[in-house]
Design a protein around this ligand. Structure first.
Ligand SMILES: *Cc1c(COP(=O)(O)O)cnc(C)c1O
Length: 362
C-alpha cells in the first residue's frame, strides 16, 4: 500500500498527481459501453496508483465489487472498509484459504483439488476460472468433465475466462468466446455471474454479453489500441522539479558514458527523477518531457535519481515543475508515448512507478 501520510504529500523532488475525477469519468465511459456492472481490477496496488484511494473513489459509482491478485491485496481493501465482493484472481494456495475466508474474499478456483479444499474449509462464494486459450490459469475449456462432479457438489457463484489478445483484431476474441460458451454448456447449472472482458474487450464487444466486466488499465488512463471508440482521460501525472541548470558549450557531454554531446550552446536542466522512481533508463537520449507546457528532450543517460533535459529555448528556473508523464498546459505525454519510447508495455510503466514517489490525489 502507498504510505499515504496525513500530512500533505512530499512534492519537494518528484511525485505523482492522480486525478480521481478522470478515473471516475473513465469508469463511467466503460459503464456506458458495457451496460453491466463493473468489477474494477485494483490488483498490484491499482496498477501502482494506490488500491485504497482508487477503490474508495470507484466505490461511489456502486461497482459490483473489486478484483485483486492475492489475499493480501484483498485484506488491505477490507481493512480500509471496502465491503463489496472482492474476487482474488491468482489461484489461492491452501495456506491462504483461512485468511481468504476471514476477509470474506471470493477466490477464483481452477482445479478439483482447489474446489475441494475451499469447500472443506467451509466454502463460501467462489468463481470458476476457465482457460479458453490464455494458458495461464483456469480449467481447460475442453476438459470441463475433470471438475463437473465437483462443481455439481459445490456450485460456483460465477465463472469467467480471460482474453489473451483483446487488443488485436485477430479473431481470437470470438474464438475464446465460443470456447467459453462451450465450456458453460458442460456445467449442470450455469453460474449466475459470468464475466470475460478486460478493458480492450469491453471496448470491442458493446454492450457486454455477460453479467459484469473487469476493466483495469483503461481506468488508469491507458487506451486499448487500434482505432478505439473511446479514449481514456489521463489519470497519472508524473511531476518532478528542476534541481540544477547548466549552460553547456559545444563539445560538453551529459551523464554516464558521455553518450550525449552538445553540438551548439545548450541549456540543460537536471530534473530530480530517475530510474529508481520508475522513469526508465531506456528513455535515455529518447524520452520527451514538458517544461512550461513545452516539449523538451531527454539528453544523456537517465540516472538513478536525476534526468537531464534540453531546455535551450524554454524559459525555466531551478524549482520549476517538469511533467515527465501526463498533462501540462495543452500538451500530454501519454503513458503509451513513454511506453513505446521505453520499449515496454504501458502496464509496466504504470506498475513500475515506485513507492519513492508520493501519490497526491486530486
Ligand atoms: C488484469 C486483469 C484484467 C484487467 O485487464 P486490463 O487489460 O488492464 O483491462 C481483467 N481480468 C483479469 C483476470 C486480469 O488479470
Amino acid at each position: 500500500m502507498t504510505t499515504q501520510s496525513i500530512a500533505s504529500p512530499d512534492t519537494s523532488r518528484a511525485w505523482i498527481d492522480i486525478d480521481l475525477g478522470a478515473l471516475l469519468r473513465n469508469a463511467e465511459a466503460l459503464s456506458r459501453l458495457a451496460c453491466v456492472p463493473l468489477l474494477p481490477m485494483v490488483k498490484a496496488d491499482a496498477y501502482g496508483l494506490g488500491a485504497v484511494a482508487v477503490a474508495r473513489a470507484l466505490d461511489t459509482l456502486a461497482p459490483y465489487g473489486f478484483g485483486v491478485a492475492d489475499v493480501r491485496e484483498g485484506e488491505e481493501l477490507r481493512a480500509a472498509g471496502i465491503g463489496r465482493p472482492i474476487i482474488v484472481f491468482t489461484p489461492i494456495l491452501s495456506a491462504d484459504i483461512a485468511l481468504a475466508r476471514l476477509a470474506k474474499l471470493t477466490p477464483a478456483l481452477d482445479s478439483a483439488a482447489g474446489i475441494a479444499a475451499w469447500t472443506e474449509f467451509g466454502g463460501g462464494p467462489w468463481h470458476l476460472a476457465i482457460d479458453t486459450g490464455m494458458g495461464r490459469t483456469g480449467v481447460p475449456w475442453d476438459a470441463m468433465h475433470s471438475i463437473s462432479s465437483m462443481v455439481q457438489r459445490c456450485p460456483p457463484e460465477g465463472a469467467f475466462t480471460h482474453f489473451h489478445s483483446a487488443e488485436l483484431d485477430n479473431g481470437s476474441l470470438a474464438e475464446q468466446d465460443r470456447r467459453f460458451r462451450a465450456a458453460l454448456e458442460v456445467l449442470a447449472v450455469r453460474p449466475s455471474l459470468l464475466h470475460t472482458q478486460n478493458s480492450a474487450a469491453i471496448v470491442r464487444q458493446v454492450p457486454s454479453p455477460w453479467s459484469m466486466v473487469r476493466p483495469g488499465v483503461f481506468l488508469y488512463g491507458v487506451g486499448t489500441g487500434g482505432a478505439p471508440s473511446v479514449i481514456p482521460e489521463p489519470v497519472v501525472h508524473l511531476r518532478a522539479r528542476i534541481v540544477s541548470i547548466r549552460e553547456m558549450k559545444p563539445g560538453d557531454t551529459v551523464s554516464y558514458d558521455a553518450t550525449w554531446t552538445a553540438r551548439r550552446p545548450t541549456r540543460a536542466a537536471t530534473v530530480g527523477v530517475g530510474y529508481a522512481d520508475g522513469y526508465r533508463r531506456t528513455l535515455s537520449n529518447n524520452g520527451a518531457v514538458l517544461v512550461a507546457g513545452r516539449q523538451a528532450n531527454v539528453i544523456g543517460i537517465v540516472t538513478m535519481d536525476m534526468t537531464m533535459v534540453d531546455v535551450t529555448d524554454i524559459p525555466c528556473a531551478v524549482g520549476d515543475i517538469v511533467t515527465m508523464i501526463g498533462t501540462s498546459g495543452d500538451h500530454t505525454i501519454t503513458i503509451e508515448n513513454v511506453a513505446s519510447a521505453s520499449h515496454l508495455s504501458p502496464y509496466e510503466i504504470l506498475t513500475g512507478l515506485r513507492q519513492r514517489l508520493a501519490r497526491r490525489y486530486g
